[in-house]
Design a protein around this ligand. Sequence first.
Ligand code: ZN
Length: 471
Amino acid sequence: MNRLIKNCTAIMTGRRDEPRSPATDIRIENGIITEMGILVARPGEAVTDARGCVAYPGWVNTHHHLFQSLLKGEPQGLNQSLSAWLASTPYRFRGAFEEDTFRIAARIGLVELVRSGCTTVADHHYLYWPDMPFDGAAILFDEAEKLGVRFVLCRGGATQTRGLEQDLPTALRPEKFDSWMQDVERLTGQYHQPQADAMRRVVMAPTTTLHSTTPQELRDSARLARALGIRLHSHLSETVDYLDAARAKFGMTPLQFCAEQEWIGEDVWFAHLVKLLPEEIALLGAAGSGIAHCPQSNARLGSGIADLVSLEQAGVKISIGVDGAASNEAADMQSETHAAWQLQRARKGMLAQPHYAGGQFEGGGDAATIEDVIRWGTSGGAEILGLATGELRPGMAADIAVYQLDDPRYFGLHDMAIGPVACGGRAKLKAILCQGRMIVDNDAIPGMDCAELGQQAAEAVKRLQHRAGVR
Ligand SMILES: [Zn+2]
């Protein structure tokens, strides 16, 4: 349906060259933005009255683990750093997932994201074991399609485990490399759409580059990905443990190791990149690789905060991901971008020194603007994924979030345009469009009963606890 979004108080474009549009109205025809300006409704055109609203591009979330949506605030891992937390929470529970609980988890995470203005979701899905009884990828694509969002399946997996394989329960055993790669080929054939306005994509995504496979397998996975025309994604350098492990196992830095296995380039993006040496930042920038910056998860696990300013200056593409909800109890893009804005400033402020000790600046108030954060969370992610979304301008896919700023938290703002990021919390949504289709209308997802989902979630948490032997 063709639509006119009319009378926006402000429009943030996600663009670098013109982050704010002087337009008040956006015309959408056949899923594409065709005109922006002061426009008059045409006969037969649906009109969304956006008075008191600000429009942003739909957020592009570039790193998540949707299955973790039922593992929020899990007590054993709540106060642990990454390695201990991995053992306590996601790894302890992952074998407990069944088809039902997995589907409910995926639905919760996707609904949370949509309700934060997100229209593109890349999920790093690594819940795999040999002969597993359900097809997680099919469930993820199905749930995303029901909500009407773009979905990028980053097909995780591992051929190695740090435990003793023969002693592990079936649901924790690693896959064989050949069957894993065959599944990537199957998924690519079945779901992957190469075009720029794709609703479905597949990505090669070993769970970690350092620990999941042998170096030869890692190289082979990169070669297969490029032969299939799909992108590459993994976790990297989330904590100092990556530096220790890469030195102990391979005698080099984590990035050097990836580069040696051909896991670097414009088609590669890594989640986290918190602990990088200067030469690693230069290497990533020269290769044109990208980062999925996950500030809330990095803060929650106490890993640190990635240096986006240096990364962007070096030429690294920047995007934002919420990461799994087992290390981020609010996996939504509004709180994530709010955190990104504040934590870049806090990070720089921590480096400030007094003048008498050679300091050059007082604090980090200039480390990230709202416009920077919006660009990272929209067009930055779209560029990394190779999708024609994330910007509000004619010719782009009509993925648009229209926030209605009628909550007292926005009263008194001198610049309404910054409200959805600067004020924190969740803004009410007048509408969200994805490829021109209305997927949220007056703050509701058509057909979605959130109270019922809450009940299903509570029951699913009990089932998971029982199956994991917690209670
Ligand atoms: Zn992750």
